[in-house]
Design a protein around this ligand. Structure first.
Ligand code: CP
Length: 300
């Protein structure tokens, strides 16, 4: 496979994808969602390896469901039960699976930049399942897909607020890059110590942020925090959480989103997770057809 073919099939981030490519993937996801057959044979004989060096529930399982629905053979690698525990490097691990004949690698990693390095050395398409605080492209694609299902296929002019721990969020970054390409207006809302100064989007107050068409809450990523970043869960909820009081003032057509996992009663009140305006579980449902489209693109 040439470098150009490999790059065209890999999915490292949405920063480098153009509007047409993003829309093609979303249209293909709609095809898969509306396709009644549960398991297809089109990817029979292809091997997909899910390599998660960091924990995951939604991304890992929805990739596995997507691969199986396409008829692919699935290999699941877990760092906790591998030779990574003996000190083997990420590169040697991925290279090992490549040498066994996988056709696509889905990778989640903690450190930034390693995926880009791997993509220069590994000769099979790689799909980013979340790398550090860099990008989480398939999460943003399923978020766009969810927005299109509610607001129609054009997201041009849509107001999207992303609220919370922007600094540590790969979801915020991938959504910002993709939403801008599709013509949406993105605002951020965050405590000062969770702002990302390198990202070019306006910061607004929580009252303004919750007047958007899409109110996207982010998980406070305690595992990535230096000590002292969060004074208390209660004060974060009061200042930046989507509380029932704030939710009562949402626009009637607005939707609530969250990539999950959710810290209930910190960034979002418990009873709002399955509120009629919430799309949190539909987001997870939409992850399967979106990832089918992304895996199909990598394997075809
Ligand atoms: N949204 C998301 O990436 O969830 P997981 O960490 O469970 O995969």
């Amino acid at each position: 496979m040439t470098i150009t073919q490999l790059r065209g099939r890999s999915m490292l981030g949405l920063k480098d994808l153009d509007k047409e490519e993003i829309e093609t993937i979303l249209e293909r996801a709609a095809y898969w969602e509306n396709h009644p057959t549960k398991v297809h044979t089109m990817m029979q004989g292809k091997f997909a390896a899910n390599m998660f060096f960091e924990n995951s529930t939604r991304t890992r399982f929805s990739f596995e469901v997507a691969e199986k629905r396409l008829g692919a053979e699935v290999i699941n690698f877990s760092a906790a039960a591998s030779s990574v525990q003996k000190g083997e490097s990420i590169y040697d691990t991925v290279r090992t699976l490549e040498s066994m004949g996988i056709d696509v690698g889905i990778i989640r990693l903690k450190p930034n930049g390693v995926l880009a390095e791997l993509s220069e050395k590994i000769n099979v398409p790689l799909i980013n399942a979340g790398d550090g605080n860099n990008e989480h492209p398939t999460q943003a694609l399923l978020d766009l897909y969810t927005m299109r299902k509610h607001f129609g296929n054009s997201l041009h002019g849509l107001n999207v607020s992303i609220i919370g721990d922007i600094l540590h969020s790969r979801v915020a970054r991938s959504n910002l890059y993709a939403l801008r390409k599709l013509g949406a207006k993105v605002s951020f809302c965050a405590p000062d110590n969770m702002k990302a100064s390198e990202l070019d989007a306006p910061y607004v107050s929580i009252d303004e942020a919750t007047q958007a068409d899409v109110v996207m809450m982010l998980r406070v990523q305690l595992e990535r925090h230096e000590s002292g970043m969060l004074s208390s869960a209660e004060s974060y909820r009061e200042q930046f959480g989507l509380t029932t009081e704030r939710a009562a003032r949402l626009k009637s057509h607005a939707i609530i989103m969250h990539p999950a996992p959710v810290n209930r009663n910190v960034e979002i009140d418990d009873e709002l997770v399955e509120h009629p305006q919430s799309r949190i579980f539909p987001q997870m449902e939409n992850g399967v057809p979106v990832r089918m489209a992304v895996v199909e693109r990598a394997l075809s």
